[in-house]
Design a binder for this molecule. Structure first.
Ligand SMILES: *Cc1c(COP(=O)(O)O)cnc(C)c1O
Length: 408
């Protein structure tokens, strides 16, 4: 019989969202009249910016004629999109990133897990706790961890706690690590990283020959103009960091699919016998072999994010969600809840009141307020006692959900 990849049997996650669905379905069956408001999932709700839709419609029209038809494009993305990205997202902020260091893809979720393809098996890996589960699970699946313990932490991974005591700032690890996943603005805590915070990690990585995998999927939600949007705003980062970006949250592309990864040409890794190899060449080889590029139509849609009207429309989209986040913060704090995040990220991280566990508070909100959120413990041991509410919903639903929650 064919052998399976037994690493998959070590996986614990895949438990969170099915368990939420199970409890929500059981509640709905028992209370068919209840109208639930879902502030749980990390998916956007507002329509695509008009500029992106128009660009994609025009691209479809082009494809109708032999003169405008496009077959396979470059695996790395079309030069016009890579140039627009380099210019607007990096050079405009003073980062020395060139178009050929941008690799366009169909998602940051896949990029942040596929990156392991070009990295060795014996790296010591650090993740924050709580964490976006993709970083952990992709390491488990590829055999880079042992089994999970009772608390759900995997043998072989280093966990860096993010909690109210450390201000949700990732502290440097006590044991040496080679690979560090950082996500700021953070999913799930909604925390943002200051320049000093990122500089501390860049210095650590350069001193220890470590690599930072920086997930900036939420950079567009940063409100304070002084905060860094990219790890490449930090001196020295071109030698120690890879950045993941996505059009999913910023421009509503969760169902349209376009993202990109930045790999500086100066970034080096080492073979087991100490020879230095640049990671750009390996990723280029990996993408050319295993990936055939993002659809021409979708890349035209992504390019339109950088047009004048596209920029205005995406700013409006982001502001809309950030106003939701601000309503959630304001209503819950006035009602006596302790809330974090939600100022530079579309997530509000709430302390479950009266010492409740994450799941107890989940059940309370579901049954009393008919509001569905995400238990913090689902993102890691250090998330226990916390709860995530997402700002991705209509204004009406957010306001109604807050009125229901604060009435208890
Ligand atoms: C939503 C999200 C992404 C984006 O994933 P896509 O595959 O590009 O849709 C990446 N990282 C984090 C932490 C996210 O929450």
């Amino acid at each position: 019989m064919v052998q399976i990849n037994s690493n998959y049997l070590k996986l614990k996650a895949g438990y969170l969202f099915p368990e939420i669905s199970r409890r929500v379905n059981a509640f709905s069956e028992a209370n068919p009249q209840a109208s639930l408001i879902r502030l749980g999932i990390g998916d956007v709700t507002e329509p695509l910016p008009q500029a992106c839709c128009q660009a994609m419609k025009d691209a479809v029209d082009e494809m109708e004629n032999s003169s405008g038809f496009h077959g396979y494009g470059p695996e790395q993305g079309y030069p016009w999109l890579r140039e627009a990205i380099a210019k607007n997202d990096f050079q405009a902020r003073g980062c020395q990133i060139s178009a050929d260091e941008i690799f366009v893809s169909d998602g940051s979720k896949c990029d942040s897990s596929n990156i392991l393809d070009i990295l060795g098996e014996d790296n010591q890996i650090a993740v924050t706790d709580p964490v976006y589960p993709v970083y952990v699970d992709s390491n488990v699946m590829s055999g880079r961890t042992g089994d999970a313990d009772q608390a759900g932490q995997y043998e072989g991974l280093s966990y860096i706690p993010l909690n109210s005591e450390n201000g949700f700032e990732a502290e440097l690890p006590l044991e040496p690590v080679d690979l560090i996943y950082l996500c700021f603005p953070n999913n799930p805590t909604g925390a943002v990283a200051s320049r000093e915070h990122l500089a501390k990690w860049v210095n650590y990585a350069n001193q220890n020959n470590a690599l930072i995998l920086f997930d900036a999927a939420y950079e567009a939600f940063i409100q304070d103009p002084l905060l860094p949007h990219s790890i490449f705003e930090i001196d020295g980062s071109r030698n120690c960091a890879i950045e993941f970006r996505s059009f999913s949250k910023k421009a509503g592309f969760t169902g349209t699919r376009c993202a990109y990864t930045v790999i500086p040409k100066s970034l080096q890794g080492s073979t087991s016998n100490g020879t230095e190899i640049d990671l750009w060449t390996l990723w280029n080889r990996r993408q050319s072999t295993k990936f055939n590029g993002v659809s021409y139509i979708v890349q035209r849609g992504a390019e339109a994010v950088y047009s004048l009207s596209g920029q205005k429309q995406t700013e409006k989209l982001v502001s809309f969600y950030m106003e939701n986040a601000s309503i959630i913060r304001k209503e819950l704090s006035s009602a006596g809840y302790t809330v974090f995040g939600g100022e530079h990220a579309p997530y509000v991280w709430i302390e479950a009141p009266k010492g409740q566990s994450s799941w107890q508070f989940f059940d309370f909100l579901l049954q009393k307020a008919n509001v569905v959120g995400t238990p913090g413990s689902g993102f890691g041991t250090a998330g226990e006692g916390y709860f995530r509410l997402s700002a991705f919903n209509s204004r009406e639903n957010v306001e109604e959900a807050m009125q229901r929650i604060i009435s208890f």
